[in-house]
Write a protein that binds this ligand. Sequence first.
Ligand code: ATP
Ligand code: MG
Length: 264
Amino acid sequence: MNRPAAPVLAVTDLTVRHPGSVTAADQVSLTVEPGGALVLIGESGSGKTTVARAVPGLSGPRAEVTGSVRLDGTELRTLGERALTRIRGRHIGYVPQDPTGSLDPLRRIGPQLTEVLLRHRVADGRRAARAAVPPLLERAGIGEPDRVARSFPHELSGGLRQRAAIAIAIACAPRLLIADEPTTALDAVIRAQILDLFAALRADHGIALLMVTHDLAAARRIGGRAAVMHGGRILETGDAAQVLSRPRHPHAAELVAAEPGVRP
Ligand SMILES: Nc1ncnc2c1ncn2[C@@H]1O[C@H](COP(=O)(O)OP(=O)(O)OP(=O)(O)O)[C@@H](O)[C@H]1O
Ligand SMILES: [Mg+2]
């Protein structure tokens, strides 16, 4: 019998409390295998972003976080900020819910990408880093890489900004890509391109994907596994096709039934 591959990401009993707020994530456990995908779904406020931010240690200084987050077996929760900074961007790519948050508004896209490549020593020198920019932007589905590289974030459409943020997140070929609502603001064609890109990153580079989405069609297309959150807890986890067609938990069933235009 084949032993299952060791997970890239293993989260165990992760709990996040914000001061003066409800428990935003409550005893959350999940794993993502190399090349695998886990899609986090759930109503607004159920704790999806809380989990996505806690994994790379971005819960903020006021949050109270307990539990374990292991990346390739390394416990991240006990690492200091300096070690985490080295891991973020290098081994964990993170595309936040609002992509403008991961882009520097005052700098052009190209230099932002070269900066990431140089900071994590993925490119050997400035010239090599600059040469790596257009192919990286193309991989993120950007058709005019030179124009986009010369642009400031505000000069780009929402879809291009999203893809530029993804290019930065995958620049260093991370082990884990976390994408929070990566397709929500995009039209159908671009959404399909982004989902295909994620599939290729998983298949070609064994990148593990943790994706948050409201978009159940996107969740189906990603495949892999799905976890349904409600009130900070994971209600059920399973094969995405199964969870999205025959959810076991009533709250999960409600979520699927509420999908516009699709009968559960
Ligand atoms: N920094 C914070 N301070 C206080 N409460 C917070 C903070 N961040 C999140 N919360 C609360 O934690 C809960 C979970 O929020 P979270 O953003 O994780 O939900 P979500 O599932 O991502 O929702 P959405 O689908 O709307 O993005 C909510 O009740 C939210 O108000
Ligand atoms: Mg969210």
